[in-house]
Write a protein that binds this ligand. Structure first.
Ligand code: NAP
Length: 297
């Protein structure tokens, strides 16, 4: 798997990472799939306190050289007060079984806690060596600018946002361009539209017009389209080795300009609404994903 600079950081990341939200109930299979990914050149693994998969990631990375991996986790918005951010990070470190995170991300904006307070805690974590880089997730253009403006020592390394061949809202909102112009990496989550691309037969038939010529399947071509986007690191989730293998193979596809242009046009024909929209309509309900607010001691 090719690697590229994770922008402002000194890290070279595999061009594709691994997502770990809603893994299957078969933990051993999940662990095998993540280890398969590492063995095949992926060094970037994304988790979050809300996913309940930090322990799976911790088990999967056992035995690998820690410095060769880039482990990202996230703090959930109910933990955005200063002390809670620190405690949530320490809890994540414990669950993953590591001394530091390469990237710690604010999972969603939370208007009820001043962003300055949250960012001060994130900067403290960098100073203490518990995290190497600060990221955000699901932040709009204005929210990104505000988050950066309240930071005094460090810069935002990445914004993790929903982005796929047919979910292209970040291009319209200005987030994509702003990230590129400011060397903020775009981590593309739900790069297969949370599996929804497989439900649309017409969309699949159109992708197949391209994929057949490359001897690949639509998932691989959809991922490859993202991999051809500048400044973008997709993090597909695959619960088993078979899917993981296919996703990794997408890393070596080189699409022609004509094919890229045809694929780019599919978003206007078959747009898929971001799953984030449902959440944004209920921003006060930060527990939407059944995250049980744990008391962190
Ligand atoms: N920051 C955020 O708020 C946020 C929100 C959503 C997601 N994320 C992150 O992004 C990651 C990926 O997003 P996602 O999990 O929503 O969805 P996704 O990666 O777009 O799609 C996952 C679905 O695609 C299937 N799949 C994967 N590879 C495949 C292949 N080669 N062929 C056929 N099917 C394939 C998976 O099946 P199997 O599981 O059976 O392999 C699963 O059903 C998450 O795991 C998480 O780390 C972040």
């Amino acid at each position: 798997m090719e690697t590229k600079e994770f922008n402002k950081t000194n890290n070279k990341l595999s061009v594709m990472g691994v997502g770990t939200w809603q893994l299957s109930s078969d933990k051993e299979e999940n662990i095998k799939a993540i280890r398969y990914a590492i063995d095949n050149g992926i060094n970037f693994i994304d988790t979050a306190e809300m996913y309940n998969t930090e322990d799976v990631v911790g088990s999967a990375i056992q035995g690998y050289e820690r410095e060769k991996l880039f482990i990202a986790s996230k703090v959930w918005p109910t933990h955005f007060k200063y002390d809670d951010v620190i405690k949530a990070c320490e809890a994540s470190l414990k669950k993953i079984g590591t001394d530091y995170l390469d990237l710690y991300q604010l999972h969603w904006p939370n208007k009820s806690v001043p962003i300055k307070e949250t960012m001060q805690a994130m900067e403290k974590l960098v100073e203490e060596g518990k995290i190497k880089n600060i990221g955000i997730s699901n932040f709009s253009l204005d929210e990104m600018k505000e988050a950066q403006s309240v930071m005094s020592k460090y810069e935002i390394a990445s914004n993790q946002v929903e982005y796929s061949i047919v979910t292209r809202d970040i291009e319209k909102s200005g987030v994509f361009d702003y990230c590129k112009e400011n060397s903020i990496a775009v981590i593309a989550y739900s790069p297969l539209s949370h599996g929804k691309i497989f439900n649309n037969k017409e969309l699949l038939a159109d992708i197949n017009k391209i994929s057949n010529r490359y001897g690949k399947n639509p998932a691989q071509i959809a991922l490859s389209w993202l991999l051809h986007r500048e400044n973008t690191f997709p993090i597909p989730k695959a619960s088993n080795i078979e899917h993981m293998k296919e996703d990794i193979e997408a890393g070596s596809i080189k699409l022609t300009e004509d094919d890229l242009s045809f694929l780019s046009g599919l978003a206007s024909k078959y747009p898929i609404e971001p799953i984030a929209n449902a959440h944004k309509k209920n921003e006060d309900k930060v527990n939407e994903y059944n995250f049980k607010e744990e008391k962190i001691d």
